[in-house]
Design a protein around this ligand. Structure first.
Ligand code: KG4
Ligand code: ZN
Length: 328
């Protein structure tokens, strides 16, 4: 069964064709980094306009490189939310049109569910139940995933998402956008122990908080202590990652589960990947990480989750609207 997935939740226009929820036939992503770079963050209006320009070429390329025709598809799966409303609107309207014109069932997918299901596009997939850390520019949450459509949120961020903190600190350091990969590169040359930035470890909660860390970096920069950008990047990154690793492993312990998946843009961070695996191995926990191109936003993950909706006959009609806020 072939499903066309579409994701326009943020600043990437993405389309992919996936077979049986697990085999990627094509996975096309057109990013808008060049447009948003000079603003140090996403400008929503510019993002929607670019999606409008790119959606057809990206879908066309996804169909072409999978070498399939619309009549070969079983359904169109589109990301309904959460995300930027103008961006989502482009993908949802396009998905509805494709579904109508080609007489294909329409499936609405939650972006966070998509990130979780990116784990099923790899050869080694986790068995249910597993603990899923979804960590991106818009979200930082831990879920217990009992099965498809059966998710329990264990914790979430109380303020900023981890990726958002990476982006904001990169802006403070004048590095550009997106901040995550730039901070990661700079941190390689810095001393992670040089500045003791705070870690929000709440004794009675597995919730996250990144605003204090972000403010601490801002205050440190304003104090003009003479720290190098490399040391600030490395010390910030160490603090940001430690919270993710400690809380996810603790959640697994609390739930008595020895499988963790990590997905979302920040899961592309090599230090996070390495340290999460090391610390988890010490506790007898296996970590499932999507390949780098499936960590950040993509539409293969939407098609993968869409496959499970198809099997449960969970289809949408043409009154489907995007949702900026859409808890799992
Ligand atoms: O999942 P994603 O592509 O989009 C959202 O759903 O938000 O995540 C994008 C976020 C951005 O904040 C970006 O800075 C962060 O992921 N990111 C990283 C890395 N690569 C991307 N953060 C830390 N290290 C990275 N290597
Ligand atoms: Zn995402």
């Amino acid at each position: 069964m072939l499903i066309l997935g579409i994701d326009t939740s943020c600043d990437d226009t993405a389309a992919a064709v996936v077979q049986d929820g697990s085999v990627i036939k094509s996975n096309i992503v057109s990013n808008q980094n060049e447009i948003h770079q000079k603003y140090g963050g996403i400008v929503p209006e510019l993002a929607s306009r670019k999606h409008l320009e790119m959606i057809w070429p990206v879908v066309h390329e996804a169909m072409g490189s999978a070498d399939v025709d619309f009549k070969d598809l079983s359904a169109v799966a589109v990301c309904q939310g959460p995300g930027l409303i103008g961006s989502l609107l482009v993908g949802v309207c396009f998905g509805k049109s494709l579904s109508y014109v080609n007489d294909l069932p329409l499936i609405a997918v939650n972006h966070l569910e998509g990130h979780i299901f990116s784990a099923f596009l790899e050869d080694n997939t986790p068995e249910f139940p597993f603990i899923a850390l979804v960590v991106s520019g818009g979200h930082t949450s831990i879920y217990r995933v009992n099965g498809f459509d059966d998710y329990k949120e264990i914790s979430r961020t109380r303020d900023d998402a981890a990726g958002e903190a990476f982006d904001k600190v990169a802006k403070l350091l004048d590095l550009g956008y997106p901040g995550g990969p730039l901070i990661e590169q700079l941190a390689l040359k810095g001393d992670a122990e040089s500045i003791p930035f705070p870690r929000a470890i709440m004794p009675t909660s597995l919730d996250f908080s990144y605003s204090g860390l972000k403010t601490a970096v801002l205050t440190h920069i304003k104090k003009k202590t003479g720290s190098s950008k490399e040391d600030i990047a490395a010390s910030f990154q160490a603090a940001a990652l430690e919270m993710l690793i400690k809380k996810t492993i603790k959640a697994a312990g609390q739930e008595g589960i020895n499988r963790i998946s990590v997905s979302g843009g920040v899961s592309a961070n090599s230090l996070l990947r390495k340290k999460m695996k090391e610390r988890a191995a010490a506790e007898g926990i296996e970590v499932y990480l999507p390949s780098l191109n499936l960590s950040t936003d993509n539409a293969a993950m939407i098609a993968a989750a869409g496959f499970h909706h198809f099997n449960k006959r969970q289809f949408s009609n043409y009154s489907l609207n995007p949702r900026a806020y859409m808890p799992l």
